[in-house]
Design a protein around this ligand. Structure first.
Ligand SMILES: Nc1nc2c(ncn2[C@@H]2O[C@H](COP(=O)(O)OP(=O)(O)OP(=O)(O)O)[C@@H](O)[C@H]2O)c(=O)[nH]1
Ligand SMILES: [Mg+2]
Length: 470
């Protein structure tokens, strides 16, 4: 791959999804952005000079044939008050594959290079307008599939994470400079380390209370963030005919799966999704697990087992109106130690056993919920309980919570390791050099979150997740 770090040529891309839509946007960034566009743009009022941060009306013209290609609005923004800090020009064309392709072709013929995925955002990062955690927030924002995920991404984009990490870095830098001073001083006196109990105490306070502790809190939000960002997967399991497909339909509020009175109706895995507490939930309906299935069914059961392994939570349905059987035990075994909610369905019919029996036969599971999936208000109640149990801490609008992504979490883990070592050393009055070394490694990890000591490979990995044009 080219070394994008060193390039300051002018790049271009189609910035909107290609297809039939109201408008399509072609974006250019770089020193020649305006110069290039002027070769193919005819202003309606040519006597007016181009002014930064304004829109102008005109036509894209093929400079070779003189043909009018599209009627457009042109926005010109001179750097550094732009997305990339370079000069940026955006051409608002009529959308449609042919038009956008044609205009992009003209822009390239006039001297712009087609951008790599994420290259606009990469330039924003390289020019220092945003740090790496903010660049990652742009991807998060684009990919966000739920309101909660969007809220998180917004917070990171605003720079909350950056601020937090910078605060920690500042405290650690101070701690380190105190230690360095002590090291110089004790060399003079040919002294042992740890002669400054009060200094070590205040270092402990700063390093542990003001950095290590909040750092751990942030790190532990990773799992929660994964749910908010990527959503959750629920799988409906149970023996045949217990009402799994009816429950899928109930959750979705539409007849998605076939429901019949005959056992063995569902044979494939049926998948759909709905929103729960602002989070996207993928719901899988599966073939019922039974003792002696025919061939098609046993394939379905294999798929059920596979779906179970993919899911975050199993919703286990038991028919409350029929006695428990060996098939229910097979389901229990298949669930294993997967997180599970037990649901006793068909509560409108007389029960064939007590909830107590379920607890005794199937130990290790939480209390069973009794309901009828045919009753919409039961479904609503169940949704509420699931949201409470699995999406317990919705991100609030005003808090300054941040939730790391996996890369950031790994940096936090490594910083945490070093800080724990530093803490131990401080408590055992070790040499200042040793402590300083650990603090230094923690700082390196925190700097990596912001992308201060970035390597090109890491940047490639991050920015190639973007679409072209962002
Ligand atoms: N009375 C009553 N019948 C229900 C209830 N829920 C489901 N049923 C009925 O039970 C039968 C089976 O329902 P399904 O939703 O197809 O069950 P399933 O678990 O998907 O069955 P398979 O796909 O065969 O494994 C149908 O006749 C439903 O109408 C309920 O709460 N009360
Ligand atoms: Mg079914």
């Amino acid at each position: 791959m080219m070394d994008l770090e060193l390039l300051n040529d002018t790049i271009c891309a189609i910035a909107t999804p290609v297809g039939e839509a109201g408008i399509g946007l072609i974006r250019l960034s770089g020193p020649e952005a305006l110069g290039i566009v002027r070769k193919i743009f005819r202003y309606k009022d040519p006597e007016l000079p181009p002014r930064s941060h304004t829109l102008r009306y005109g036509w894209i013209v093929d400079p070779v044939s003189g043909e009018l290609v599209d009627e457009v609005l042109l926005s010109y923004m001179s750097g550094p008050r732009t997305y990339t800090r370079e000069d940026v020009v955006e051409i608002n064309c009529h959308s449609g594959y042919a038009v956008l392709d044609r205009v992009l072709g003209l822009v390239m013929a006039a001297g712009a290079r087609l951008a790599q995925p994420g290259e606009f955002t990469r330039r924003a990062f390289l020019s220092g307008r945003i740090d790496l955690s903010q660049a990652e927030a742009v991807i998060e924002m684009i990919r966000s599939r739920s309101e909660q995920g969007l809220l998180l991404a917004n917070r990171h984009l605003r720079g909350d994470f950056k601020q937090l990490v910078e605060d920690w870095l500042e405290i650690l830098a101070q701690a380190q400079s105190h230690l360095e001073a002590l090291i110089d001083f004790s060399e003079d006196l040919a002294d042992e380390a740890g002669q400054e109990p009060s200094l070590y105490e205040s270092l402990l306070e700063n390093v542990v209370e003001r950095v290590a502790r909040p750092l751990r809190t942030a790190r532990n939000r990773f799992e929660e963030g994964r749910v908010l960002r990527d959503g959750l997967t629920f799988v409906l399991v149970g023996k045949p005919n217990v009402g799994k497909s009816s429950m899928l339909n109930g959750f979705l509020g539409k007849d998605r799966a076939i429901v019949t009175a005959a056992p063995g109706t569902t044979r494939d895995v049926i998948e759909d999704s709905f929103l729960l507490g602002g989070v996207q939930v993928r719901l899988l309906d599966t073939a019922g697990i039974r003792g002696e299935p025919d061939e098609i069914e046993s394939r379905g059961i294999e798929m059920t087992i596979r779906s179970l392994s993919q899911a975050d939570v199993a919703l286990w349905l038991i028919d409350h109106s029929r006695p428990l059987s060996a098939e229910d035990h097979r389901v229990y075994e298949a669930i294993g130690d997967k997180r599970c909610v037990v649901i006793l369905n068909k509560s409108d019919l007389p029960p064939a056993f007590t909830a107590q029996t379920v607890q005794e036969r199937f130990p290790g599971l939480g209390p069973a919920i009794s309901l009828s999936v045919k009753n919409p208000s039961d479904i609503d109640q169940l949704k509420g309980r699931l949201a409470e149990a699995f999406i317990s801490k919705p991100v609030d609008n005003c808090g300054s919570q941040i939730v790391p992504n996996i890369r950031q979490k790994e940096c936090l883990d490594r910083a945490m390791d070093s800080l724990l070592k530093a803490e131990e050393l401080l408590r055992s009055n070790a040499y200042g050099e040793l402590i300083s070394f650990e603090i230094e490694s923690a700082r390196k990890q925190l700097e990596a979150i912001l992308g201060r000591s970035h390597d090109v490979e890491l940047l490639d990995r991050i920015f190639l997740q973007f679409c072209v044009g962002k």
